[in-house]
Write a new protein. Structure first.
Length: 367
């Protein structure tokens, strides 16, 4: 069994709501627990504050080495402070959009934070604030934010030819988090149960902020990782996404204990894949509708094979992208002109994508 598998299992046990404290304490007391590896992988997956908060909630902080306890406490405190600032920003944006009658709903981390799902707001790390806006009001919302000191980050010329799921990211020196106004939830994937209209029509108001229904939050959380972040393609797991799923499903079971939300969701292959991978490491979702993912297990236990497969997939995707762009250069005069003007940046990107396929990334081989 690879060192990464063991590390992932320890992280999963800390996050889990079904792994007993006695079992977890026995694991963390063993001499071979690798706290350095837990910190490395926890940092990569943005769950360092989550791990600290869960250990605190389970009254197991005394098992941490003293210097690590201080380090994790500091990171968690900083994240709590940041999230308080983000909540204030969300409130300001919500008030502004409601005042100007802009139909909207906050998404992902901002919605979860505003809804009060976490016992400690420090549990969730958040990058930017995502807001889904009705298509016919996107421009109005964009201009409104510009009038209130938000400035768009310049995009490359490709934005003229390829529609992204959100408008240019916007920042201001008045607030801590950038804003992304979404025109849709996915670039190409469509799911009628998660259409813009349904998400907006079924929104709820939590603490005076519009957020999606709990089921829409669960589905978007899972599909965002599996599709937008390519978790399905590379058979990867993301503990931040897993923990959000845990918290959200737990809230549904409390309100409707007889409802089998997993059975309903697992009709979708991407959602099913999410639960299959999760069930390799956690028992929280174990049931007849969701089984362990065999390929995920193989990749987690065989890091060299995992790295080679990832490089192959990335290489294949790069070739597809390159062929697509070549066709566009040959068939679209405007694109050809824009590409020529931006040739130095494009050449640098191409070199970067092509140069390392023969070298296995050291990070991919971390045991």
């Amino acid at each position: 069994m690879s060192k990464r598998f063991t590390t992932y299992q320890t992280i999963a046990d800390i996050l889990s709501f079904t792994t007993s404290n006695t079992s977890l304490e026995a694991t963390l007391r063993t001499a071979d627990v690798d706290w350095d590896a837990i910190v490395v992988h926890g940092s990569r997956q943005l769950v360092i504050p989550t791990l600290y908060c869960r250990l605190k909630q389970r009254q197991l902080l005394h098992l941490l080495p003293e210097d690590l306890d201080l380090y994790l406490h500091d990171i968690t405190s900083q994240n709590r402070k940041r999230n308080r600032a983000i909540l204030k920003e969300v409130t300001v944006l919500s008030t502004l959009f409601k005042k100007h009658h802009i139909e909207h709903v906050f998404l992902k981390g901002a919605a979860l934070l505003a809804s009060g799902y976490y016992e400690d707001i420090a549990e969730r790390m958040i990058g930017d604030i995502d807001i889904l806006v009705a298509t016919n009001q996107l421009d109005k919302a964009f201009e409104l934010l510009q009038q209130h000191s938000f400035k768009p980050i310049p995009l490359t010329f490709g934005d003229k030819y390829f529609e992204h799921k959100h408008l240019p990211r916007m920042t201001t020196n008045k607030f801590i988090a950038a804003i992304e106004l979404h025109r849709k939830l996915f670039v190409t994937y469509t799911k009628k149960e998660l259409s813009n209209a349904l998400v907006l029509n079924n929104k709820r108001i939590q603490n005076d902020v519009f957020v999606p229904s709990t089921q829409h939050l669960i589905e978007h959380n899972i599909l965002n990782h599996e599709i937008n972040d390519e978790g399905y393609r590379y058979q990867r797991i993301n503990f931040r996404s897993v923990y959000d799923t845990l918290i959200l499903c737990k809230s549904i079971y409390i309100v409707q204990p007889s409802r089998n939300i997993i059975k309903e969701l697992c009709e979708n292959k991407y959602v099913r894949n999410h639960f299959n991978k999760t069930n390799v490491l956690l028992n929280d979702f174990e049931n007849e509708y969701s089984k362990q993912a065999k390929l995920f297990i193989v990749l987690l236990k065989n890091l060299k094979f995992n790295a080679c497969l990832c490089h192959f997939i990335k290489g294949f995707q790069s070739i597809k992208l390159l062929l697509n762009r070549i066709i566009l250069v040959l068939t679209n005069r405007d694109y050809r002109s824009d590409a020529y003007r931006d040739r130095h940046r494009l050449t640098a990107i191409l070199k970067e994508k092509l140069k390392v396929n023969l070298i296995i990334n050291n990070n991919s081989l971390t045991k």
